[in-house]
Every structure is written in C-alpha cells, then in structure tokens.
Design a protein around this ligand. Structure first.
Ligand code: GLN
Length: 546
C-alpha cells in the first residue's frame, strides 16, 4: 500500500479555521471508507504546549498516550473518531532537540549540521512515523502558523521535499486563505490570497487546492480570478463560508466536491461517501431547542479556547438530550458566592481544569453554592479538587483546608502532591499524563452514569486526594466512587446528600464526540434539565453552545 499525504498550509491571517478544515477533510475521507490519520506540525520552539499559558495557546489537549498537544488535535479526534498519539503533534522544539541530541551522540560525525538536510530529514521522518504507526491510507498534515513565518520555513521545505520523495501522485497541497469583505463596496478581496500563494510558491510549493474562508458567499467571478492568478483549477477553488456550527464544515466541503477532487487527484479507490448520519446530526444541532444553562466557572472565561473540549462536550451531551447547551461563562475572580445572582441562573455547573492559586477562592465559592443549593455539579480535575477542599472546609469548620498547590502550610492539606511527583523539578511533560484505568464503586452516581465497572480516562495533574483525610470526609458524606486499580488513588468523588455532584481527577471532555457524547456530561445535562431556574429559560438567547 502506498501512503498518500495531504499537506495543509495557511495564509493571510491565522484563526481562519485551518484546524477545523483539516479535521473536516478527515471526516469526508472517512465517510468514503478511507482510513486516515492526522498530524499537526507546529513551528514554535517549545517542545510541547504543556508549559504554555492558555493566553498564548488556548487549551492543551491530552492524547491517550499522555502527550500534551495543540487543541487542533481535539478537533481531529472529534471529527474523525480516531485516537491519536504523541506522534501526531510535532513542534520545531522537538525537531531541533532531537537533531542536536543526534549531533552530540556523534551520529553526523564529520558533518556540518544544517537545516537542509538534517532538520528537514528529521521533520520528514516524523511525518512518516505517523504513517507507520497508524497504517492509514491517507495522512493529513497541518502546518501551523501562516506562510511567511520565520519558524515555519523548515516545515514548508520538508513538505515540499515530500512530493519529490513520495511521488507526485501521492501528495496534495491545500492552502487555506481568507478573503476580507469590504463593507462599503460589499466586495470580497482576493489580493491577500494572491500574495499568500506567491509566498507559498517562493518555497517551491504550488497549491493544488485553495480553501477560501470568508464571511460572505464567494461568487463565480471571484473563483475565476483566484483560479487565474493562483494557477489552480476552478473546481479546486473551494469556498468555505463561515458556518453556524463547526460541525457543518465537512458538509460544506463535501457539497463543494472537495472529497471527490481529493480522491481523484490522489488516485484513491473508494466507496461512495455516506455522510447521512453526520448530516442528520448537524440538522439536529441547528434546529431550535430548549436551552439548558450550564455555568462554567474558570479564570480564563474571556478566552473561550482555554476550555474548548469542555464546551464541545457540553454541546454533544446537550444535543443527545435534544437541548442546547447555553454556557454562562463565570469569571471565578469575580464571583461572590451565594450572594451572586449569576450563580442562581444556572441549571448545572462545571469547574474545569486549571493550575495556580489565582481564581481558586471564587471556584470554591461556586462549588459551595452548588453543594448547598443542590445544583448539579461536575468538577473536572481541579474542579474535583475544589470540591474536596470546599467539603473539607465545611466538615472541619475552618478555611484552613486547602491543596498544597495553593497553601503549602495548610492545616488540612486535603489535596496533596502525588507520591510520584515528589522531587520532580522539571516542569515540562512531567505530570501524571494520559490514560489510566479507574474502577467504579457499584451503586454510585459514577457507576450509574457510565454503566460500567472499569473506565479508562485521560489525566493531566500533579496533585491528588490526600488519603489521610479519606476516613473523616467519607464519614461526613463524601463518597469515593472511582479508584485506581490498587485502591490507593481516589479518582472520583461524589456527595451522598446531593442529587448530582461529582468530581473526577481526569479529563472526560477529551473523549467526547459529537455522535458519542461522554457519559458524565450526559448525566450532568440529564440532572441539569430537571433543575428549574426562575425566569432564566425565557430571557436567554439561543446559541449553539459556542
Ligand atoms: N492543578 C491541579 C493539579 O496539578 C489540577 C490540574 C488540572 O486541572 N488539570 O493537580
């Protein structure tokens, strides 16, 4: 079997939906029975985004094998329903460290180490590794950033060489650009796209397909112009108009015949596309539905990419209940606890993952509100820890209950470093990462939600429930409902005297798919649906959980 490669570059500006386009190409190829895998090449020099601030990078997506990766991998997994590995996110930082390590070992003895061929060879071998691991027929590779970025040059040079190495019929280049709209003349402009394609050509890459993102429909004459100036067949100038929901993008691309074009150009023998279930899902997503209002309490709420997978998981679960997840973004630094009207307007609450003390006290206030007012609550990683801290403060009758992450000298350190984390000084890639089994205690809300005895979930944390406090907290009504196989790590907790309050030390949001929502999110929405909020149901506008 010959592996085929699709390389996707971006031009003009960032944030035009390149990651969603790549994921959608995966969806339309899979719908033809083609096996695919996806990879992202990131130009920056960090080894991975694990140590980057959400302000820089948005969410860190964790793969099942424990890699801390770009949030685009979340799109790839949600759109293609495949589980990726650490090989699917390569950064320039990884590439250079590996080349320098080879040089120190003496692998190139006598040679001068250069970007071409040493760095580009390393990039190519990492692209081929995905083909080898996945055995997929088509590997879709997204190059991060926009053409012209200094750090991106070696990546572009490597993918240019791939066409020569792998054969012209086995490689396809897709360039995603943006057409700005000038309101005064009501025109879409093609010049930035022309410049961007010129920049790409300077690296030796002539795109086969141009995906034109725009907020307005692209006319035939605009397509003619791009086709002429960029030397791309008109059928390969594809319009990507901003859609109501990201899950519509595969349908837009399919209807623009991109799938047929890729299959033809790469000489793939395939079945006819069947996107009927996806189409049905998108239709249900777009149909007006009663909202279910979920408060999301975090310190990066102005920056919604920081909680991307949580937001999507809510949207998927709500859809399965024929509801629309309406997220109330609650800035934890500005929450006043029970006095806060915004907390009174939610039917369910999520405290998602996070690091550092800033905003913690607000999360604890929100958690307390959920416990006292019996609001359905799902705590994700840090949200489980705030749940244990808050319950501890209630049980021990003091605010001197904390995680040692936030107060090293707390009298009641109910959350403490994992034993394996003691003495760990290196910050990058050193947390408890990736999939671990969790045994569910029969009769708990966790066991009911999953309908299983053992589940496998993805972790990313350094701290855990401190077993020293297990007995007093359990006696007071905290139920340890999910445990590591040896029983030593409490992975899930819930409250005995509450209809639905649950915290998990892992991140279930990474495993939710639009057509297969996560059981914990499904159960949260189920409980939230039953929660009535005075006046809120009519006063809030509809959106699509975005
Ligand atoms: N900061 C906490 C820890 O390291 C929680 C991490 C998280 O929410 N991902 O344990």
């Amino acid at each position: 079997m010959v592996t085929k490669y699709i390389f996707v570059t971006g031009g003009v500006v960032s944030s035009v939906g390149k990651g969603i386009s790549v994921a959608s190409i995966g969806t339309i190829l899979k719908s033809r029975g083609i096996s695919v895998s996806v990879q992202k090449l990131d130009p920056y020099l960090n080894v991975d985004p694990g140590t980057m601030s959400p302000y820089q990078h948005g969410e860190v997506f964790v793969t099942q094998d424990g890699a801390e990766t770009d949030l685009d991998l979340g799109h790839y997994e949600r759109f293609t329903a495949i589980e990726l590995t650490q090989a699917s996110n390569v950064t320039s930082g990884q590439v250079y460290s590996s080349v320098v390590a080879q040089e120190r070992r003496g692998d190139f003895l006598g040679g001068t180490i250069q970007v071409v061929p040493h760095v580009t060879n390393e990039i190519k071998s990492r692209i081929r590794k995905v083909a080898e691991i996945s055995q997929a027929e088509v590997i879709i590779v997204e190059v991060g950033g926009t053409v012209g970025d200094i750090e991106g040059q070696p990546l572009l040079e490597a993918i240019r060489q791939m066409r020569k190495d792998e054969g012209r019929d086995n490689v396809l280049y897709i360039h995603v650009t943006f057409l700005p709209h000038i309101a005064a003349t009501d025109e879409l402009k093609t010049k930035p796209t022309q410049h961007s394609v010129n920049e790409l050509r300077r690296t030796g890459i002539q795109p086969d397909v141009i995906l034109c993102r725009s907020d307005k429909v692209i006319s035939e004459s605009i397509k003619d112009k791009i086709s002429l100036f960029c030397d791309v067949d008109k059928e390969a100038v594809i319009s990507l108009v901003t859609s109501e929901t990201i899950y519509e993008v595969p349908l837009l691309l399919e209807d623009a015949r991109l799938g047929d074009l890729i299959v033809r150009r790469l000489g793939l023998r395939v079945a006819a596309s069947s996107l009927e279930e996806w189409r049905d899902m998108v239709a249900r997503l777009k149909a007006p539905k009663e909202p279910v209002i979920i408060g999301l309490v975090g310190k990066y709420v102005e920056l919604r990419d920081a909680y991307y997978s949580v937001r999507e998981a809510l949207c998927h679960a709500a859809l399965a209940h024929n509801r629309e997840a309406k997220i109330e973004w609650l800035d934890s630094e500005q929450l006043d606890g029970s006095a806060d009207d915004r907390l009174r307007q939610v039917q369910g609450m999520i405290v998602p993952g996070g690091f550092g003390y800033r905003g913690i006290e607000g999360m604890i206030k929100a958690t307390r509100f959920a416990r006292e007012q019996k609001v359905p609550y799902l705590g994700l990683c840090l949200g489980m820890q705030t749940m244990v801290i808050e319950f501890g403060r209630h049980v021990f009758g003091t605010d001197n209950v904390n995680s040692t992450e936030f107060d090293a000298s707390s009298a009641y350190p109910v959350i403490d470093l994992l034993p394996t984390q003691r003495g760990v000084e290196q910050k990058g890639g050193s947390m408890r990462l990736g999939t671990y089994p969790c045994h569910l205690v029969p009769g708990t809300i966790a066991a009911r939600a999953y309908g299983a005895k053992v589940v496998y979930e993805r972790h990313r944390h350094r701290y855990e429930f401190n077993n020293r406090f297990r007995q007093p907290l359990e006696e007071a009504g905290l139920v340890s409902s999910g445990l590591s196989p040896d029983g030593r790590l409490v992975e899930m907790v819930e409250l005995r005297d509450h209809p639905w309050m649950l915290g998990c030390q892992f991140h279930p949001e990474f495993r939710s798919r639009p057509d297969s929502p996560h059981p914990l999110f499904l159960a949260l929405i189920e409980a939230a649906k039953e929660t009535l909020v005075e006046g809120a149901q009519t006063s809030l506008p509809l959106n699509l959980g975005r």
